[in-house]
Structure formats: C-alpha cells, structure tokens
Design a protein around this ligand. Structure first.
Ligand code: NAD
Length: 362
C-alpha cells in the first residue's frame, strides 16, 4: 500500500513534468486556430529581463512579440535581442492602441503591484488576454475590478503564480487533498530573502511594496495549498530591524492562520532574512519542502520515505505554455484571477491584524 502510494505520487508528478515539453502540447496547438499566442511584456525590469523574456524563448504555445516600456533606452536593446518590430513597441501613453495590433494576444503585466490593476484593466479593454504578476494588486477592490474588466471584455486573466505549475508543488497539494496521512494539523511556512536595496518600490507603500505582498504570498500559498483550505482567522505582527529603510512598509511579517478543519499555520516572510521552507504535520505523518517556492530545485520528503523531486526544465516557460494553451483551447486556467484575489483577501486581513494587534476573522 505504502509503496503503491509512493509510485502513484511519483508517476503523477512525472507525467505533469513531462507534459511541459512533450509533443502532446505541440499536437494540441496544431489543433488550435493560432499556433502561438503573441505576448507583450509590460515593464522591462528584473523579472521580465532575467526570467520571462528568456523563458519565452523556450515556449511552444506563445512567443515574445511586443514590449511596453517607459524607458526609451531599453527599446533598441530589446528590439535587437528579441527581433521585436517597431510596430510592436509601446510606451505607457500609447499603450491602449495595442487594441489594433493583431500580433499581440496576451499582455503580461510585470510592473510594481500598485500598477497591476490599471494595466490589467487597460489591456482587457483593449481586448487582450492578461497575465499579471503577483501580488495581484494591493487591495481586494483592485482585484475585483481586474476580474470584472476581464469578464466584461471576455478575455482571460491569469496570475503569475509559477509554483502552481511546478509538479513539486502539485505533489504536496495532492497530499493535502487525498489525505494519505490524515488531516493537516500544522503548517510552518517561510519565504524571504535579504534585500540590500534602499530605494526600490519594494520599500515604497504607494507602489505596493512590503515583504507581505512580495515574498509573503509564497508563505501564505504554502499554507493554503498544503491544506487546500481558506483561512478563517489571522493574527499578524509586522517588524523591522532596519527602520531607516523600512519605515513605510514592513521588513518582516509573521502571521498565524486558522483553517476551518482546525489546521493552523505559522508563517513568516521577510526582506531581511533568507528562508524558504515548508513543513506540514498531519495526523499520521509529515512532509517537508526546502525550498518550496524557488524558480528551480523545489524538493521535499515525507515521513514514509517518499521523495518529491521532479525535474522541471523551466518553471516560467511551463507556466506560460500552460496558460497559453488554456486560452487557445478555452479550458480552465491553473491560476485564474480569482486565486490571486483569495490571497489578497488574506493579505488585507494580515495588515489589519498587524495594525490593530488583534485576531481578524475572515
Ligand atoms: P523591477 O523594479 O525590477 O521592475 C519594475 C519595472 O516597472 C521597471 O522596468 C520599471 O521601470 C517599471 N516601472 C514603471 N513605472 C514605475 C514606477 N512608478 N516605479 C517603479 N518602477 C516602475 O521589479 P520586478 O522585480 O521585475 O517586479 C515586477 C513585478 O514582477 C512585481 O509584481 C513582482 O512582484 C513580480 N515578480 C514576480 C516574480 C515571480 O517569481 N513570479 C519574481 C520577481 C518579480
């Protein structure tokens, strides 16, 4: 029985991992009306430059065709590196004219969080599908407006939670769902890194900074995905060791969650501490992941000896290929806007709890 379960989890993961780049996807794309979706990246900072644009060179179902930037000096570099024609280059002012460009099917919003709602809504109004980076937006109201704009314009909205496309993360989600070790009793989840910058949007409240929205959503996702439940109450505490840098937003947030089944979670996030681990204690066993939300190398083990370690050539390429395929095939997205909203509901409660120093019910 134990052995059968191990094989099952490993097989399930391997199938998920293998399906990222197999002919299956190629075959299904040929069935689609368009072979590849054209993607325009909005905001050409670190994540677009170092991760998304390179990953788009590896995708089967979509390709980089356009850029939207407020930095003219970046245009020749991107044009040359990725062969982007002038007609597919936009700035923040003329962005809305992207509506008339049939090369672009998807707008991927990779801006500071405070700008996610505006650019998602403008892209949706231009008739383009939207991929939006995490955190979805600073408020529940923004998230709801983004979902509504996409619905009204009959376009899809996916949030860039790359981990939910990772078979290693899917493996621990499956344990929570199928309960081979019984119910979840306690989750310990942490995600943080040391950020040495002093004047970045991550330290600016107006732009949507703060550790909670940035790395904190990974700690929160660890607890939500491991239990498969939504929290019913939170208790949070914000702190900083560098008040000269973190005076508008928190450097560190610690938060406790209570779930309907009685499961509890103790979570930490920080811009001052390197940490990335998840531990789930069930009625009859445990699961550990370290790291649990990296770009690569997410892996773990379970109390029965099962190892979670599935190969994944490129997480972002898998995410974008799966999202593009879902759009082309008109199937459900793995991480729709509603999932981004679920996190922000909890994030809002966490901030309220930290400010008022009390338990907040959800
Ligand atoms: P970044 O600061 O490196 O890039 C932000 C871009 O936005 C820059 O090109 C900047 O010029 C542009 N911008 C436009 N208006 C701006 C303004 N008023 N202030 C500051 N920048 C402005 O940030 P990043 O690390 O690339 O993050 C962008 C988004 O991607 C964020 O939502 C972040 O959370 C997300 N992200 C996700 C992952 C992931 O693993 N999914 C990883 C990194 C970043």
């Amino acid at each position: 029985m134990e052995k059968q379960r191990r094989i099952f989890i490993q097989k399930a993961g391997l199938i998920a991992a293998a399906s990222a780049f197999t002919p299956q996807i190629l075959l299904s794309t040929t069935r689609s009306q368009k072979k590849k979706l054209g993607v325009a990246l909005v905001g050409l900072g670190y994540y677009s430059t170092d991760l998304l644009a390179p990953a788009l060179q590896l995708t089967n179902n979509c390709e980089l065709r356009g850029i939207v930037t407020g930095s003219p000096e970046k245009i020749p570099v991107w044009k040359e590196k990725y062969g982007i024609p002038d007609k597919n280059v936009y700035n923040y002012k003329n962005f809305d004219t992207i509506a008339n460009n049939p090369d672009i099917d998807v707008v991927y919003v990779v801006l500071p969080p405070s700008m996610h709602a505006e650019y998602t809504i403008r892209a949706a109004n231009a008739g383009k599908h939207v991929w939006c980076e995490k955190p979805m937006a600073p408020s529940v109201a923004d998230c709801e407006a983004m979902i509504k704009a996409c619905k009204d314009n009959k376009v899809k909205l996916a949030i860039g939670y790359r981990c939910q496309h990772d078979p290693n993360i899917q493996a621990y989600m499956k344990v929570g769902k199928e309960k081979p070790f019984g119910k979840v009793r306690m989750v310990t989840s942490a995600a943080g890194y040391f950020d040495g910058r002093t004047n970045h949007w991550k330290q600016n409240k107006k732009l949507g900074g703060g550790a909670m929205g940035d790395m904190g959503v990974y700690a929160l996702q660890g607890a939500r995905l491991a239990t498969g439940e939504e929290p019913i109450s939170v208790l949070a505490q914000a702190s900083t060791t560098r008040p000269e840098i973190y005076h508008e937003v928190e450097e560190t947030m610690m938060f406790q969650l209570e779930f309907p089944s009685g499961a509890r979670a103790s979570c930490q996030t920080s811009f001052g501490i390197n940490m990335n681990h998840l531990q789930v204690n069930y009625e009859k066993g445990w699961l550990k992941m370290a790291p649990h939300s990296s770009y690569n190398g997410n892996n773990g083990s379970m109390s029965d000896g099962t190892i979670i370690k599935f190969p994944i050539p490129n997480q972002q390429a898998k995410q974008m290929d799966e999202d593009a395929l879902a759009i082309m095939e008109k199937t459900d997205l793995i991480v729709p806007g509603e999932e981004g909203l679920r996190d922000i509901r909890v994030v809002e409660a966490i901030y309220k709890s930290a400010a008022q120093n009390c338990v907040v019910k959800l």
